[in-house]
Design a protein around this ligand. Structure first.
Ligand SMILES: [Fe+2]
Ligand SMILES: [Fe+2]
Length: 362
């Protein structure tokens, strides 16, 4: 468990306007001709958007959690499945003129970023009704008072200002010189088999208020996705900043670095909020209570177990489906495929997810 070591915080309550406040920049961030969020200070360093109060607020809530003797959830990097194709495989493809799979992967990233806007539609129930202890002055109390909205704006942009969706598109288009985007990316994402687990909608904690359960499930899922994205974004930065395969190693690599900086508050407010809930007691619909720890650990454990297995498999299957076709542009597709396969990373998901869910019959 890691804990922030900030100076004693004095403020724990913020207005939505404050949590959305970006301050001013010396120079704006322009990506692919689109004015984006964030900007550069007088030293030329990139500064993430909406962080004037959001950053100190998250630090303050984390410090409070530590002062109260509660742990902060840490999702181990060891659980992060590797990207498929890996960095060496991606560079091999690009060196051989096989761009389609990489263009596809980068386009999927930009689309997923845009989907991040749905976080603003997550309903927050009356926490005073369902949580035994007070949530005043916590991240939980600010979810629908600026935190979800700031997150949504970071991912998909806001009004005329671009967000991560536009920034990834710009990185892709400068590095790979405005490649042709396969027309079926979105369609294949939507139609992807996905193992059918989505349709079942089994409730892991049916004794909870459905709105609360949905919110916690969404927060846990997005938190894991954000942690895992770290590996994907590292992949993107390493591929796009290599001058051998990228036409704009500095600009494209720098753009991905800016995006990565913006992701930090997403992971931090989510794991802080989940940890705050973990430290509390939740009321059930039948008038009993259940430990927050049981619920939060149960949700995270279940999702981590599933995602560490399904994600690498889905990603690999998806790529292999069109790899043969894409490789036809290479001078010797057969030799290229052999070389590609020889570079494959071997990875097995860790046996345990690092969370031991307690079993409590409510
Ligand atoms: Fe993002
Ligand atoms: Fe994010």
């Amino acid at each position: 468990m890691s804990v922030a070591t900030e100076s004693a915080p004095d403020r724990l309550t913020f207005t939505p306007q404050e949590l959305l406040e970006s301050g001013s920049y010396e120079e704006p961030l322009i990506a692919g001709g689109v004015r984006c969020h964030g900007g550069f200070d007088s030293t030329g360093a990139y500064r993430s958007p909406r962080m004037v109060h959001r950053g100190p607020a998250i630090d303050a809530w984390k410090s409070q959690l530590a002062r109260d003797g509660h742990g902060l959830i840490e999702i181990s990097k060891a659980l992060m499945p590797p990207q498929y194709p890996n960095v060496d495989q991606a560079k091999l493809l690009l060196r051989n003129g096989v761009r389609d799979p990489i263009v596809r992967a980068l386009t999927i990233i930009s689309i997923v970023e845009g989907f991040g806007a749905v976080i603003r539609d997550v309903k927050v129930p009356d926490l005073g009704e369902w949580v035994v202890e007070s949530v005043e002055g916590t991240a939980l109390a600010h979810l629908d008072k600026g935190l979800f909205e700031a997150h949504a704006r970071d991912e998909s942009g806001y009004r005329e200002e671009g967000g991560h969706k536009q920034m990834w598109e710009a990185a892709r288009d400068t590095a790979l010189e405005n490649p042709k985007i396969p027309g079926d990316v979105l369609m294949r994402m939507m139609g992807g088999g996905g193992g059918g687990q989505r349709g079942k909608a089994e409730r892991p904690f049916p004794q909870l208020d459905p709105t609360l359960e949905r919110m916690l499930t969404m927060m846990a899922r997005v938190c894991i996705v954000e942690v895992f994205a770290e590996g994907t974004f590292d992949w993107g930065e390493r591929v796009l900043s290599d001058g051998e395969v990228s036409a704009a190693p500095d600009a494209a690599g720098g753009m991905v670095r800016n995006i990565r900086a913006d992701e930090n508050p997403h992971v931090e407010y989510l794991r802080t909020g989940l940890s705050e809930m973990r430290a509390r007691t939740i009321r059930t619909v039948d008038g009993k209570t259940i430990a927050g720890e049981t619920v939060i650990d149960g949700l995270l454990h279940g999702m981590l177990h599933e995602m560490t297995r399904s994600r690498p498999r889905d990603q690999r299957e998806d790529l292999r489906e069109s790899l043969g076709e894409a490789m036809k542009v290479a001078s010797n597709p057969k030799a290229l495929l052999e070389e590609f396969d020889a570079l494959e990373s071997v990875w097995t998901p860790p046996e345990t997810t690092g969370f031991e869910p307690s079993t409590e019959a409510a």
